[in-house]
Design a binder for this molecule. Sequence first.
Ligand SMILES: [Zn+2]
Length: 134
Amino acid sequence: MQDPFTGPGPDAQFAAQLREGRFEIQRCDDCARHVFMPRVLCPHCGGARLSWTTPSGRGAVYSCTTVRRKADSGGDYNVSIIALDEGPQLMSRVEGIAADAVRIGMRVCAQIVGGEGAAVLVFRPEETGGADGA
Ligand SMILES: [Zn+2]
């Protein structure tokens, strides 16, 4: 097993995975709960055996705030806390809809934007599969 106290820290590993287009979170081998932010010890049971795993990428908006910004600076954006289906919550933003249209409870899915060097994890509203009819 990999020694968590040597080599790149979990934050650096997470960032490197994002740059490679992979969104991974940790899962504790001892208590089987998912962990985010990346860390060395499980916050639930204190175990040191955290393995990287690929989450579904799906979750729901837990809380959201619209940050007002001038249009020539890029316009409004939102800061949201997303509750992943696996359990952990993370701070991100929802793209693809108006910043003030983000609603608590809205289903979202993860997407990596920015690519090489500046990869950022954002969320988009989940496709509802044509609930409005086709
Ligand atoms: Zn644990």
